[in-house]
Design a protein around this ligand. Structure first.
Ligand code: TXA
Ligand code: MG
Length: 363
């Protein structure tokens, strides 16, 4: 059953959050309630990680299956050491460089962590976020906070408090509004329980950066299917996990080829009277605008995700841009792909999910 709430949205300073607001949020967590808080990646739907009943509330509010485990967030080294005695050396080495920050490590489960948080597995996901509001909240609770992204199950992760309210309004008592999240895609999940450290989900820390510490880190294995098998290897990493509510066609190829194919597709659909959203890069925008016939201007919603040479910028705008198109009446989204370097790997992953795993290769 889903608990009904009057949802309070409270604005907090993202750099030095008001102590009284944080204390109010921490008190809710102590009482087993849920609190939504900003992190540097996306907003999280938090509960006291040691209260199993509170964790149940997370799954209910999101509509998330219990087979999909949660990330446990810590604020400092002491909390981390208390959480798990058996931290691998590799985890310590990575933590020194990337924590606090957008990296989640799969390590042996701490004894006090309820099975509900780990979906019954003997490993757990742990992360030390860098966002001052997240850190202040976890510190005030004095205990780790379990938190998935604060969206309804299968929806795009929220990067603003307004996104959260749209998905979870009426289902949580408090949303801390710290403004837009700076990274904009979720943390990188690195499996350290495997023989070779393997990325399960590319995210805010790039493969290149991880390899400066662990040169043998393996990139994510392609997961184009939604088979049971895939679900067991990497729970929650199904191909359709990040689906927006509108079908998205993803084009991949050279800059020239992507533009040509997207312009042709756009033209055809507009001719048929469809309303179309188009996600581009800065350099494409003017070209598309000039190629659009006046008669079609009201049917097309063009937006840029940023400078294609700066994948971090594209990542930061991605989810908000997808959600913005959901607020229009477009019937389909045409989207270009981006190069795989740095945060581009995460961008490609989320776009591929949004496209249901199908990519239109053009040459
Ligand atoms: O940036 C983030 O990671 C955000 C913020 C709030 O920290 N959190 C987030 O959580 O994206 P969530 O629950 O939406 O995604 C966490 C993923 C899930 O897909 C889950 O399957 C995976 O982490 N996961 C959790 N524990 C795991 C484990 N023991 N082994 C493998 N995957 C695990
Ligand atoms: Mg999520």
């Amino acid at each position: 059953m889903i608990k009904q709430h009057e949802t309070d949205v409270v604005v907090v300073d993202p750099v030095s959050p008001d102590a009284a607001v944080i204390e109010r949020a921490a008190e809710l967590l102590r009482r087993g309630e849920l609190v939504v808080f900003p992190t540097e990646t996306v907003y999280g739907l938090g509960a006291d990680a040691f209260q199993a009943a509170a964790l149940e509330g997370i799954f209910a509010a999101k509509g998330r299956p219990l087979s999909d485990p949660l990330i446990v967030h810590v604020a400092d080294d002491t909390m981390l050491e208390n959480l798990t005695a058996a931290l691998p050396d590799k985890a310590r080495a990575l933590a020194r460089v990337f924590w606090p920050g957008p990296l989640t490590l799969i390590v042996p489960r701490g004894e006090r962590v309820p099975h509900l948080a780990t979906a019954g597995m003997e490993t757990m996901a742990v992360r030390m976020p860098s966002h001052p509001v997240a850190r202040a909240l976890i510190s005030a609770l004095g205990s780790p906070v379990a938190a998935p992204s604060a969206n309804r199950f299968m929806h795009v992760s929220p990067t603003t408090a307004a996104h959260v309210r749209a998905d979870l309004g009426g289902r949580v008592p408090l949303i801390l509004d710290g403004g837009p999240c700076s990274v904009g895609v979720e943390s990188t999940i690195l499996d350290l329980s495997a023989e070779v450290p393997t990325i399960l989900r590319p995210g805010g820390v790039s493969l290149e950066a991880l390899r400066t510490v662990l040169p043998d880190v393996r990139p994510p294995v392609k997961r184009a299917s939604t088979s049971e098998e895939t679900a067991q290897v990497a729970p929650g990493q199904l191909a359709t996990h990040y689906a927006p509510t509108i079908p998205l066609l993803l084009f991949d190829g050279s800059e020239e080829a992507m533009r040509a194919a997207m312009l042709a597709e756009l033209h055809q659909r507009l001719e048929r009277g469809e309303r179309v959203g188009v996600l581009l890069a800065d350099a494409d925008l003017e070209i598309f605008q000039t190629r659009l016939a006046d008669a079609h201007k009201s049917q097309a919603f063009l937006a840029s995700l940023g400078d294609a040479a700066h994948p971090a910028q594209v990542a930061a705008r991605l989810f908000a841009s997808l959600r913005a198109l959901e607020e229009t009446d477009v019937q389909v989204i045409l989207c270009r792909n981006f190069a795989a370097h740095d945060l581009g790997l995460a961008v490609r992953d989320r776009l591929s999910h949004a496209a249901g795993g199908k990519i239109i290769q053009v040459s």
